[in-house]
Write a protein that binds this ligand. Structure first.
Ligand code: IPM
Ligand code: MG
Length: 351
């Protein structure tokens, strides 16, 4: 297969982890006879510095005309502590999601047998966890009307959803549940929020089209609690943008390291693949960040092209590296800590 892949390294540790994912993908391409054409483009603080825009038109053209986007991380502390900043790196990511129509963010959470004891949660709670969040990504409070009133002394952000937006996300949720265990959980706050009542009503109306799927409806606060108590109770969870942002960070704790969890943002055409961790500026340039989340995101990319053997090969070699202790310092726990680049090289070599 011939694939054009836009390569958006972004900020902080983004470039380092992306480099390792490219090594691994190139090794896959060689082994399975694919042709990968990497198309680097600027985004985030790096793009603000270069051209004053975190998602320049040129980057959008490159993404929109590629088969997939592989993304590192976005964000820089110099903007975080400056509430008056007019242009922020994160705006680039949000605009990219919207312009590329990436309305569904797929965030799996699973455990690695060799790492179970690294999780701060007890083994008996998390063993066998295998769930996936489908987070709505281009609506809700992230994109609703916001502003200031009263001479700047009152601020508001609004959460708006249309039935169509809920339906297209929920459809992906039902389809995914059918491929898995047939269990779908709709996470909302329908006891308080009107937008959540629209979610619930819309999903309820879709149930009849998917008789094989059992749907549960749970409030977001309760899910936040149960997720770390009985993660095994869940399989596919669908939720709106902000709830999904928060719950997926929480869920990453189950796996033992945020450096491990991949994600895919999909819509009706192109997909974007990125680790769920941020730009980790303290580690930037030190060659210590864990590249596995980005590498496992690349596995999700191959899977979306129906290249199942390629995806499985990546997951297998990642498992082997964990079992053999070829890990970065976040997982080393007293053992030898390998550099980001060494982990990438090891994986590429052992594929
Ligand atoms: C994520 C991140 C982003 C989000 C930020 C960087 C805008 O936290 O992908 O989860 O809130 O969606
Ligand atoms: Mg987040």
């Amino acid at each position: 297969m011939k694939l054009n892949i836009a390569l958006l390294a972004g900020d902080g540790i983004g470039p380092e982890v992306i480099d390792q994912a490219v090594k691994v993908c190139n090794a896959i391409a060689e082994k399975y006879h694919h042709e990968l054409n990497w198309r680097p483009a600027l985004t985030g603080a790096a793009a603000i510095d270069a051209v004053g825009d975190p998602y320049p038109d040129e980057t959008h053209e490159i993404c929109a005309s590629s088969d997939a986007v592989l993304f590192g991380a976005i964000g820089h502390p110099r903007f975080d502590n400056d509430p008056s900043a007019k242009v922020r790196p994160e705006q680039g990511l949000l605009r990219m999601r919207q312009k590329l129509g990436l309305y569904a963010n797929v965030r799996p959470t699973f455990t690695f047998p060799s790492l179970i004891d690294k999780s701060p949660l007890k083994r008996e709670r998390i063993e066998g966890t295998d769930l996936v969040f489908l987070r709505e990504l281009t609506g809700g409070i992230y994109f609703g009307k916001r502003g200031r009133e009263d001479n700047g002394n009152t601020a508001y952000d609004t959460c708006t959803y249309t039935r169509k937006e809920v339906q297209r996300l929920a459809k992906k949720g039902f389809e995914m549940a059918m491929k898995r265990s047939g269990k779908l959980c709709c996470v909302d706050k329908a006891n308080v929020l009107e937008s959540s009542r629209l979610w619930r009503e819309t999903v309820q109306a879709m149930e009849k089209d998917y008789p094989e799927v059992t749907v549960s409806y749970e409030f977001v606060d309760a899910v936040a609690m149960r997720l770390v108590q009985w993660p095994n109770a869940y399989d596919v969870l669908i939720t709106e943008n902000l709830f999904g942002d928060i719950l997926t960070d929480e869920a990453s704790v189950i796996s033992g390291s945020m450096g491990l969890m991949p994600s895919a943002s999909i819509g009706d055409s192109i997909g974007l693949y990125e680790p769920i961790h941020g730009s980790y500026p303290q580690a930037a340039g030190k060659d210590i960040a864990n590249p596995l989340a980005t590498i496992l995101s690349a596995a999700m990319m191959f899977e979306d092209f129906d290249l199942m053997d390629e995806a499985a090969a990546i997951r297998d070699v990642v498992n082997r590296s964990l079992e053999e202790g070829i890990v970065t310092e976040d997982l080393a726990e007293g053992g030898k800590a390998y550099k980001t680049s060494e982990v990438g090289e090891w994986l590429a070599k052992h594929l």
